[in-house]
Write a protein that binds this ligand. Structure first.
Ligand SMILES: Nc1nc2c(ncn2[C@@H]2O[C@H](COP(=O)(O)OP(=O)(O)OP(=O)(O)O)[C@@H](O)[C@H]2O)c(=O)[nH]1
Ligand SMILES: [Mg+2]
Length: 317
């Protein structure tokens, strides 16, 4: 299906469009649902692609590093999907443009599929849409899927949960090791990249990160790799670090655990979206009536909430 990039693009658009906006929970139409069912059960090996997440502050070099990684992976003949997700804004315009420019050299490669997605302002929209987009790319034959996410916040943590391997990028002077630790980013990193190593302060950033990492008690200690992505420097070190993590995932059984967690999250996001949309469909009148009764001291708030929850659970599908 990678040979049919338009079909892949259209499916991902259907998924993205199902995230309607800030006021409505995501909802798949019948057609999309049928296709997704086909993709989920008509495969021998679901979640087979190696999903690598790349996250870090704006401008740290995620897209340039992604492009560098694509080069390495294409050298090994892997088919590569790239999903750039922007959790912060409902519009992808600017960031998307930058991503495109940075990855331009791969634009005409039929074995590379590059796509960006936004949350359309809906909380939980990306949690709903991203796993489904990954599924489409997997079905399209991608061996590796690179997921680029901007920023440092809950959205990145959520995206990290979808990845088999999460790469956290830092640059000298842009928010060094200590800040990264504060942002809780240490917990999600499987590999650290200190990019823009041609700039002053790179060594200090690396040293600080290594110190922090050495305190970790987890079975996997994230390696710290230094790169100058614009010049392709550090590409081999990065791919060695990534391969090392993949080997660790397989040997430790962590690969399966992460994929199971991914499956759980995928189901949960769809279930929560459905409940949320039923809730907003129902709760107006019913909630008003319950509020009146609470005001009249006819009911307690717990019983009122029970009533609402029961109504949501029994609402029509
Ligand atoms: N000096 C130097 N500049 C770099 C390096 N890597 C990337 N850049 C530059 O940094 C800028 C941002 O790079 P991107 O790859 O677009 O960064 P990004 O993290 O994807 O940015 P957003 O997607 O906007 O968050 C570009 O002008 C790159 O050319 C590097 O190793 N050294
Ligand atoms: Mg980018």
């Amino acid at each position: 299906m990678l040979g049919r990039p338009r079909a892949v693009a259209r499916l991902i658009s259907l998924i993205e469009n199902a995230v309607a906006g800030p006021d409505r929970a995501p909802d798949a139409g019948t057609a999309l649902r049928e296709v997704m069912a086909e993709l989920a059960t008509g495969t021998r090996e679901p979640y087979r692609a190696w999903v690598i997440g790349l996250t870090g502050a704006p401008g740290v070099g995620k897209s340039t590093t992604t492009s560098m990684l694509i080069r390495t992976l294409r050298g090994r003949d892997a088919r590569v999907g790239v999903l750039a997700v922007d959790p912060s804004s409902p519009f992808t315009g600017g960031a998307l443009l930058g991503d495109r420019v940075r990855m331009q050299e791969h634009a005409t490669d039929p074995d590379v599929f590059i796509r960006s997605m936004s949350s359309r302002g809906h909380l939980g929209g990306l949690a709903w849409a991203t796993p489904q987009a990954l599924r489409v790319l997997e079905a399209a034959g991608c061996d590796v899927i690179l997921v680029e996410t901007v920023g440092v916040g809950q959205a990145e943590v959520d995206i990290a949960k979808l990845a088999d391997t999460t790469v956290v990028l830092l640059a000298p002077g842009m928010g060094d090791g200590v800040q990264a630790a504060k942002a809780g980013i240490l917990e999600i990193a499987d590999v650290f990249v200190v990019n823009k190593a041609d700039r002053e302060g790179a060594r200090a950033t690396v040293r600080e990160l290594r110190n922090t990492v050495s305190l970790a008690t987890a079975p996997w200690r994230p390696p710290v790799v230094t790169t100058v992505a614009v010049r392709g420097e550090g590409a081999d070190e990065l791919s060695t670090a990534l391969d090392g993590h993949l080997a660790y995932l397989e040997e430790s059984g962590e690969a399966r655990r992460r994929r199971l967690a991914r499956a759980r999250d995928e189901i949960e996001a769809i279930a929560l979206a459905r409940l949320r949309s039923r809730f907003s469909g129902l709760h107006g009148d019913r909630l008003d009536a319950l509020a009146e009764r609470l005001l009249a001291a006819e009911i307690d708030p717990y019983t009122a909430a029970d009533d609402l929850v029961a109504a949501v659970a029994h609402a029509e599908r």
